[in-house]
Design a protein around this ligand. Structure first.
Ligand SMILES: Nc1ncnc2c1ncn2[C@@H]1O[C@H](COP(=O)(O)OP(=O)(O)OP(=O)(O)O)[C@@H](O)[C@H]1O
Length: 610
């Protein structure tokens, strides 16, 4: 676990590594510009004007003081030029304020638009990826970092633009200072070098710390959720778990707090030591300017201009380097984000694919299929051979963990078999385009999603393009018996479901299930898969749901997983799985005559009902 110093070292990103992350900055800006070109160029323009203003303001300030000194000495006072200069300085101050406001306005608007854009892209990209990628914890961490840094990316944008702006300020001020007193440059270097050293020393460390803690942060989020959520509240209360969860949360957070506190203290400590050196150099420069003014080499105006310029230069340069560290740190997150967006899913990379047959002619065939989950050594299923014929209703039965859902995931091509192959009408399913292939199926999983959206949306999710097709939604609801749920809802189809939102209504397990089944009917799928779809229905509703299912899906191919044998027996054929292998397959009668596991389990359940 990366809670030790050792793992922090392992995750440490070098200063060079931080530099390398800057290569993502051009792409980042291209994307921002694409989001809203007008706002982007307005921002750049305002920043350019704002960058030139400081030196102009200082020069006008110097001219004002020189003019004042001149007028004090003059016998006949002529204040016209002075008024003009003061008016110019006033105008410049107003312009500077306007530009700053324009910058923060455009920064904010661009930032908002960009963060909407990135969130949308992350959602879309996630849907393109394979299940094995999504279930991989390393990948999940990457996704987490890509997602978390949405606000960080907005800060990065304004930091980089400010950096460019400050670079212009620094060069214009430098030009002014060099024109008067080139020696000051050496003192300037001495005054900022300590800051640079400090930044290099700590660069990357805080990012490394945050990065090495991605897993733990996930754990913290989870503990926070488990400890304070309506879903877990019943068990947490009943088992008195809140102290245990709170302590576990606190212990883990404290470890992180202590590590980051140590880092922050070191940074602050060294920062103050280096600052003393820097401030010393600044006052050295100040003395030099004062002496030259007393000696009559500089005018009073030069004195104000130089000391003002020098002071600004120092703070701008310091800011430049501090910001540089912040930029490289955030750019490392940018790397996570772009790497995530660039992830390929296997089907994308493969060559031309075959068009899918409009109608399934023969059916599916599993040939010697074996499968191990990624990063696992154990065979979950092996030597699987069976046919799912076109139009057939096949049921899978078997004990928990026998591999039933895994076979469904393989059939749906969420995973590729480790050995053997799956054929559709004698052609390996790999030959077909994956997403088109998946469109063939209407599936209700055991752990189907309870979308906390409206009832209508929950059903229409089966074929979202048809959300406006009321007839289709009505028909799906009738087939699945969800119409009974709808008539109980005060707002009918527009009823918000779940407890998360205002006026939301939570449903019973069985009611949710009826809605989920409606979702499967919504799609005019070639193959229907119901993975324990009726476990929460009462006995009467279950029988009714299955009778309907068989009638309504006449001619369609279907796979049903169920632990209830009364349901299973109405399937055309039943496949019994044990420890990842096919134990027996046949009709209910055949399996009863076989007198093996199926007959044993069937009789066991039948006795229970007597
Ligand atoms: N994503 C995964 N990664 C690794 N192993 C997994 C994964 N999903 C399931 N398994 C393992 O594969 C085996 C078969 O699981 P599967 O879900 O296919 O069983 P099942 O027959 O559907 O069980 P149940 O009746 O309990 O739903 C189990 O031992 C399980 O631990």
């Amino acid at each position: 676990m990366p809670r030790s110093k050792k793992s922090l070292e392992a995750n440490k990103v070098s200063f060079k590594g931080s530099f390398a992350s800057l290569k993502f900055v051009p792409r980042f800006f291209k994307e921002i510009r694409k989001v809203n070109p007008l706002l982007f160029y307005a921002n750049v323009l305002a920043r350019t004007i704002n960058a030139i203003l400081p030196v102009v303001i200082l020069i006008v300030g110097k001219l004002i003081i020189d003019e004042v000194v001149l007028q004090i000495a003059a016998e006949e006072k002529d204040l016209d030029r002075l008024w003009l200069l003061v008016a110019a300085e006033f105008g410049l101050a107003i312009l500077s304020d306007l530009m700053s406001r324009a910058i923060s306005l455009t920064d904010g608007l661009l930032g908002d638009q960009y963060s909407i854009d990135t969130s949308v892209r992350i959602i879309k990209k996630t849907s393109e990826l394979n299940l094995d990628q999504l279930e991989d914890s390393e990948f999940y961490d990457k996704l987490e970092r890509a997602r978390q840094q949405t606000t960080g990316r907005v800060g990065l944008m304004s930091n980089i633009l400010t950096q460019a702006e400050d670079l212009v300020v620094i060069f214009t001020l430098l030009a002014g200072v060099v024109a008067f007193e080139p020696w000051l440059i050496i003192l300037l270097v001495v005054s900022v070098v300590p800051t640079i050293i400090n930044e290099i020393k700590f660069s990357g460390t805080s990012y490394s710390l945050a990065r090495s803690w991605t897993q733990e942060r996930r754990e913290l989020d989870y503990l926070r959720y488990v400890g304070a959520s309506d879903v877990t509240a019943k068990e947490v209360k009943l088992f008195g778990l809140s102290d245990y969860l709170a302590n576990r949360f606190k212990n883990l957070s404290d470890t992180y707090y202590l590590m980051s506190k140590k880092l922050a203290k070191q940074r602050a400590g060294w920062g103050s030591v280096f600052n003393v050196i820097g401030t010393g150099a600044y006052y050295g420069a100040y003395l030099l300017i004062v002496f030259r003014t007393v000696a009559g080499i500089f005018t009073l105006g030069d004195l104000t201009f130089l000391s003002g310029s020098f002071n600004r230069l120092r703070s701008k340069l310091q800011g430049f380097f501090t910001r540089f560290t912040a930029i490289t740190e955030s750019a490392l997150y940018l790397q996570d984000y772009f790497e995530f967006l660039d992830l390929k899913y296997s089907d994308e990379t493969s060559e031309e694919k075959l068009p899918l047959p409009k109608k399934i002619k023969k059916g599916f065939e599993f040939k010697n299929v074996g499968f191990k989950y990624p990063k696992s050594e154990a065979w979950v299923v092996r030597n699987i051979n069976f046919e799912l014929k076109a139009g057939e209703k096949l049921a899978f039965v078997g004990e928990n963990g026998a591999g039933k859902t895994t076979l469904i995931k393989l059939l749906l091509r969420f995973y590729e078999p480790t050995e053997g192959e799956i054929l559709l009408d004698d052609i390996p399913v790999k030959e077909y385009n994956q997403s088109q292939y998946q469109q063939y199926f209407g599936v209700i999983f055991q752990d189907f999603v309870k979308f906390e959206l409206t009832l209508r949306e929950n059903i229409a999710m089966g074929e979202i393009e048809e959300i406006g097709n009321q007839n289709r939604i009505d028909s799906a609801a009738q087939k699945s018996l969800a119409n009974e749920v709808i008539s109980d809802m005060p707002r009918g189809y527009d009823q918000q479901l779940g407890k998360r939102f205002k006026q939301g209504k939570d449903l019973s397990g069985g009611q949710w299930q009826k809605i989920a089944i409606a979702r499967a009917y919504m799609k005019d799928a070639e193959v229907l898969i119901l993975d324990e779809p009726t476990s929460a229905l009462d006995a009467r509703a279950e029988t009714e749901a299955f009778d309907r299912f068989i009638k309504l899906t006449e001619g369609k191919t279907a796979v049903i997983i169920s632990h209830r044998f009364s349901t299973v027996r109405i399937a055309d054929r039943i496949m019994v799985l044990k420890n990842g292998a096919v134990l027996e397959i046949g009709t209910h009668q055949e399996l009863m005559q076989n007198d093996m596991l199926y007959a044993e389990l069937f009789n066991l359940q039948a006795q229970g009902y007597q």
